[in-house]
Ligand binder design. Structure first.
Ligand code: UDP
Length: 373
């Protein structure tokens, strides 16, 4: 069959690869001048450091098949993310762990004591937390919430944490030991040659044609047997029902020599610091040696029509609009919406790959049996 993939990010590359290997003819278009979507990496011209151009991406998963899949296309080096946060004139480790708790409260608690201590600070009147704020108050209490989460989240999402879903905070663990790794997943690592090299290799198949700088007009979808769209869901429909809210990021680059901040990611929890975090990319590749260093201050703001969308906001108030777009998508024959932007969900890379593999398999099964997808 003749397949079109709109978007050369992870979803497009995985689906494209799977379908091309199964013998289908795949065309991939992307409006940008590179493959990789928002995972794109490239070497900094001045320092030679591999930069995560659209912000830090750290690969982590419990899914053995997904881990095997990415390792097929690029060698992964061991890398465990450790994040620090600067708040109220001190530096703490995240996610909130025993060190954070003891440092913040000036204590020397052991794990069981810390659990009891935090339980006493938690707001037990909240029984079924729905919002980000309720989730924080219920599990870490007001002091830690205000120091580490409130200001950062207001900057990152541009709204009050009480208007955001609890699921955003549930991304972060709370630990009563000194484990300060950001993710608890079994498999974690960094692609040695960058994400773009990995994705380019996925797309490197005789059955796949990639067209960059190429914007797709949905009116031409009928020219293909099936389209997979990984761009913005509302964008496909020309925003005809209104705009779903996305956050976009602005990056302010600066260089230094040696080591600027001693870690890859330093968050800034205070509301009066305008950036959310500073990323020093050389620390993502500790096996490389560079004299210079390049850092990016990251600022978050509402995405305008011409901006790259990064984060779907999914405000409670947007649920109805999203449901209307999902209904439109389901009624659109021949087009499957995939990935973070295509399904308007806050997906991590491993989940994106898992869903892309499942979507490709479902398509191949249906194609083999002649069923509608
Ligand atoms: N968060 C926070 N303070 C921090 C780090 C994270 O309040 O120092 C909140 C914030 O709302 C963020 C969410 O937790 O959007 C998820 O954080 P994660 O590190 O997963 O964000 P990402 O790396 O995807 O931007």
């Amino acid at each position: 069959m003749n397949i079109l993939l709109v978007g050369a990010g992870l979803s497009g590359a995985v689906i494209g690869r799977e379908l091309a290997e199964a013998g289908h003819r795949v065309t991939v278009v992307d409006a940008r001048g590179h493959v990789g979507g928002n995972c794109h990496t490239e070497r900094d011209g001045d320092t030679g450091v591999m930069v995560h151009v659209y912000g830090p991406h750290i690969f982590h998963t419990d899914d053995a098949e997904v881990w095997g899949y990415v390792n097929r296309f690029e060698q992964f080096r061991p890398y465990a993310n450790r994040v620090k946060t600067t708040a109220r004139g001190a530096v703490y480790s995240l996610p909130v762990n025993l060190h954070t708790i003891n440092q913040f409260f000036g204590k020397t608690l052991h794990p069981a004591e810390a659990r009891t201590f935090i339980e006493a600070l938690a707001d037990h009147s909240i029984t079924d937390p729905q919002s980000f704020e309720d989730q924080a108050l219920r599990f870490v209490g007001r002091d830690l919430y205000e120091a580490f989460f409130k200001g950062y989240t207001e900057k990152q999402w541009g709204c009050a944490p009480r208007d955001l879903p609890a699921s955003i905070l549930k991304r972060l663990p709370l630990r009563f030991n000194y484990d300060d790794t950001y993710f608890a997943h079994r498999f974690q690592g960094m692609p040695e040659g960058g994400y773009t090299a990995m994705i380019a290799r996925m797309l490197d198949h005789p059955g796949i044609d990639v067209h960059l700088h190429s914007r797709f007009d949905p009116d031409r979808a009928g020219a293909y047997d099936r389209v997979f769209h990984s761009g913005a869901l509302d964008g496909w429909f020309g925003f005809r029902l209104g705009r779903l809210g996305y956050r976009t990021l602005d990056f302010e680059r600066f260089t230094d020599t040696g080591d600027y901040q001693g870690c890859a990611v330093m968050n800034y929890g205070d509301p009066d610091v305008p950036w959310t975090r500073i990323t020093e990319h050389k620390h993502f590749a500790p096996w490389e040696a560079h004299e210079g260093t390049v850092c990016y201050r990251e600022y978050s703001r509402a995405a305008d029509a011409d901006d790259s969308p990064y984060y779907p906001i999914r405000l409670v108030a947007e649920t109805a609009l999203l449901a209307d777009y999902v209904a439109l998508a389901e009624a659109t024959e021949g087009v499957t919406f995939v990935g973070r932007l295509g399904t308007y969900r806050y997906l991590d890379m491993d989940v994106t790959i898992r869903e892309a593999l499942d979507t490709a398999r479902q398509f191949l099964d249906c194609a083999a049996t002649g069923q509608a997808m």
